[in-house]
Design a protein around this ligand. Structure first.
Ligand code: UDP
Length: 319
């Protein structure tokens, strides 16, 4: 297949590019590098099955020739209010990538009869009142809340995707991605894993926000990519959660990082700068992924951290 990936220089986009190239497909990558990095795709420069275009997908995009698949992964995605590449500091671009970018990609899918996959997010559930979150839960999002630029852009993107499916018959799919980690994450985007793993490798205490009782469910990137590829190859139209259902508190997560890295500096509890906008619990119900795609994650947290360490050491100049 010939597959267009927007956000190809991002954390997930670059891993998806690798996997699709390994499966024998041709990949057309797009990215404007506002949050993605050329380093993530540098190793693909000499691959004759990979073409790259530096583009902002919220503007009109032209792709020469027909594409069989489109993965729309372009968007700022870090919730850290202090990060330059987080969506708090790129609010308009975030809304445009989700709204106009999705519309542009759907236009290409309609033209070419392609299978289209939207990268959606667990954040469409907001601060959830049901637990774990199944796809049938419509979410708890404040449209004028501080995370809304991301949450509502993705919610709009899901609606637009379903409109193209129902009205134009486009073969669309929607993946709701839960917390994911692995090599090629941006070390400075302020998310839990990059912050804490960086601190651990530098022998510093880990900064846990609040009392660390808030929960998350972390999925290793290779597992996530496998779930997305299965969705691409399927013809499922309704949203599918892809994430690891093993839920833990952020304190337990930090302790696992200290254990795997042998960091003796312990944990520092900090005031949660995100407080009101930090969801308290998050865990995917992956029944649909299991039934429809025969997918479930296979890499446990400690193994995933071990696989991520070499990339972090290299970026930190420690190896
Ligand atoms: N967190 C933390 N210390 C950090 C960074 C994050 O305790 O240095 C917490 C954060 O408050 C949140 C959780 O870790 O409860 C996950 O944050 P992340 O930024 O990875 O993504 P989110 O799940 O909030 O979208």
């Amino acid at each position: 297949m010939r597959i267009l990936i927007t956000g190809a220089a991002g954390f997930l986009g670059s891993h998806l590019s690798d996997r699709l190239l390994a499966d024998g497909h041709e990949v057309i990558g797009m990215d404007n590098f506002i949050t993605g990095s050329p380093d993530n795709i540098a190793h693909l420069a000499s691959n004759e099955n990979f073409q790259f275009y530096k583009r902002d997908v919220s503007n009109y995009i032209f792709v020469p020739g027909k594409v069989d698949g489109i993965l729309h992964f372009a968007s700022p995605a870090s919730p850290n209010p202090l990060s330059k590449s987080g969506y708090f500091n790129l609010p308009i671009q975030t809304m445009k990538a989700g709204a106009l970018g999705t519309h542009n990609c759907l236009g290409i899918a309609r033209r070419d009869g392609s299978r289209f996959i939207l990268a959606s997010t667990s954040e469409i559930y907001g601060d959830p009142e049901v637990h774990p979150q199944a796809e049938s839960y419509p979410g708890n999002v404040d449209p004028v809340g501080e995370r809304a630029v991301y949450d509502e852009a993705k919610r709009f993107a899901e609606s637009m995707t379903m409109a193209y499916h129902r009205f134009h018959g486009v073969n669309t799919g929607i993946v709701r991605i839960f917390n994911t980690y692995g090599p090629r994450m941006d070390l400075d985007d302020g998310r839990a894993l990059p912050n804490l793993l960086k601190q651990a490798l530098l022998g510093q205490p880990l900064t846990v926000y609040g009392e660390g009782k808030q929960t998350r469910s972390f999925c290793y990137v290779d597992d996530l990519v496998d779930g997305i590829i299965r969705l691409l190859y399927s013809d499922e139209h309704l949203p599918v959660n892809i994430g690891n259902p093993v839920e833990m508190t952020i304190l337990e997560f930090a302790e696992a990082i200290n254990r795997v890295t042998g960091n003796k500096a312990g944990i520092t509890f900090m005031e949660n700068a995100r407080s009101a906008r930090d969801p308290q619990r998050r865990q995917p119900d992956i029944t649909r992924a299991l039934n429809l795609l025969k997918w479930e994650p296979g890499v446990n947290l400690e193994e995933g951290i071990r696989r991520t360490v070499p990339f972090f050491k290299q970026k930190l100049g420690l190896s």
